[in-house]
Design a protein around this ligand. Structure first.
Ligand code: FES
Length: 91
């Protein structure tokens, strides 16, 4: 079975206050739309560290900072999707 890339989303209190609960459904929809369900495992995480730069996500050893409900779509297409593809290709 093919290994999945883990995309961790911080569910800590600072990221919660910045709206992570509004980001998650959009993220799930984007993963579906791009047919990444077999390649990406979406996980909740405890505080990932840089709270002031929240909302924080982590993909492998790369942290993705300053995600928000207002920018998740564009950040996904421009940054997160290419990073997922390059990690999947590296398997
Ligand atoms: S609460 Fe999200 S990085 Fe600390």
């Amino acid at each position: 079975m093919k290994k999945k890339v883990e995309l961790c989303v911080c569910m800590g209190s600072a990221c919660h206050q910045k709206g992570v609960s509004a980001v998650l459904p959009v993220l799930e929809r984007l993963i579906d739309e791009h047919e990444l369900q077999d390649q990406v495992e979406l996980k909740g995480a405890f505080c990932l560290g840089p709270c002031v730069d929240g909302i924080v996500m982590q993909l492998g050893d790369q942290q993705i900072l300053r995600i928000g409900p207002e920018n998740i779509e564009s950040r996904f297409v421009e940054e997160i999707l290419p990073a997922i593809r390059s990690q999947v290709d590296a398997f």
